[in-house]
Design a binder for this molecule. Structure first.
Ligand SMILES: CSC[C@H]1O[C@H](OP(=O)(O)O)[C@H](O)[C@@H]1O
Ligand SMILES: Nc1ncnc2[nH]cnc12
Length: 314
């Protein structure tokens, strides 16, 4: 059981259409069994041309066999933490709830609305004798988003006109300061739900950012979501509602740009991490979230939780 610390500082979670990364040399593949089971897929430990090491995990498995509600998110986050990862850059295909967020655009959201239905285990503390309440007012890591925005904007806005949509006459854009709705799925939203999310202030929608972001916070890992807009969901009157075929068609058209964004930010991220607290801003955040009645905490639960939070439970 367990994973050896591989001194990989950055973890990448690939979403729909992103099952591997280009421009990386595979060093080895690991498949650690965590106290929460095995991750979605074996994790590829890769090295970039600069020497930067990255751990890559396909959220739905390498052959996309895991639906969003069954993604073993606790095992995924725990395995990355045990490899030494300090921050996660997660990729996701998302629907747009706003006209100005067009298919082919990228979004770095800063807020989440939870529309999952309680069927996904959403806390490492669930089922244990330890109670903890992580702060989640700002669900993504602010410094990491700001850093990513600058780099990703350069790549996205240097791209040719059109992006994923050949009929489009404007260049792909990068949007920030947006709210993502996370729905349960696996079916897409009804038109009424889609319109309601717009009224709630939702800008984009997926089925994957939760509980991933919550678990990253509990494990004191930095977390940011690089979302690729693939469709207009179901709110547009007179237009057909989203289908999976539409999502994959846009992802395919946009694949080269997505990979270029990933390669550019990853190349620079490790270097930046060596200076300052870019990857460490969440460290210490659970200190006052864990209820301190340690005499009531079972040793076996403390041992389990030490896998993700060794500073508090060893
Ligand atoms: C393939 S359509 C719906 C599916 O796509 C997104 O996956 P991911 O976030 O892993 O890129 C969305 O969240 C749904 O799981
Ligand atoms: N419209 C949509 N709803 C939920 N998840 C999505 N992933 C991509 N498009 C989506």
């Amino acid at each position: 059981m367990g994973a050896d610390n591989e001194n990989v500082l950055v973890g990448v979670i690939g979403g729909s259409g992103l099952y591997h990364l280009d421009n990386l040399t595979l060093l080895k593949t690991v498949n650690p069994e965590t106290p929460w089971g095995f991750p979605s897929s074996p994790i590829a430990i890769c090295v970039l041309p600069s020497g930067t090491k990255v751990a890559f995990l396909a959220r739905h498995g390498a052959g996309h066999a895991i639906p969003p509600s069954a993604v073993p998110a606790r095992a995924n986050i725990a395995a990355l933490k045990a490899l030494g990862v300090r921050a996660i850059l997660a990729f996701s295909a998302v629907g747009s709830l706003r006209e100005e967020l067009a298919p082919g655009d990228f979004v770095l959201p800063d807020q989440i609305i939870d529309r999952t239905k309680g069927v996904r285990p959403a806390s490492f503390f669930e089922g244990t004798s330890v109670v903890a309440h992580a702060a989640f007012g700002d669900p993504f890591s602010g410094k990491l988003i700001a850093w990513l925005e600058e780099r990703a904007r350069r790549v996205v806005e240097a791209a040719e006109e059109g992006g994923a949509d050949p009929a489009r006459t404007t260049k792909p854009k990068l949007h920030t300061g947006k709210t993502i709705v996370c729905m349960e799925g696996p079916q897409f939203s009804t038109r009424a739900e889609s319109r309601m999310y717009r009224q709630w202030g939702g800008d984009i929608i997926n089925m994957s950012v939760l509980p991933e972001a919550k678990l990253a916070r509990e494990a004191e890992l930095g977390y940011a979501l690089m979302a690729t807009v693939t469709d207009y969901d179901s709110w547009r009157e007179g237009e057909s509602a989203v289908t999976a075929a539409e999502v994959f068609k846009t992802l395919h058209a946009n694949a080269a740009l997505s990979r270029q964004v990933a390669a550019t930010v990853l190349e620079e991220l490790n270097g930046a991490a060596a200076h300052g607290d870019l990857l460490t801003e969440e460290i210490g955040s659970m200190q006052y979230s864990i209820m301190p009645r340690s005499e009531q905490q079972k040793p076996e639960d403390r041992q389990k939780l030490a896998y993700i939070l060794p500073n508090y439970f060893n």
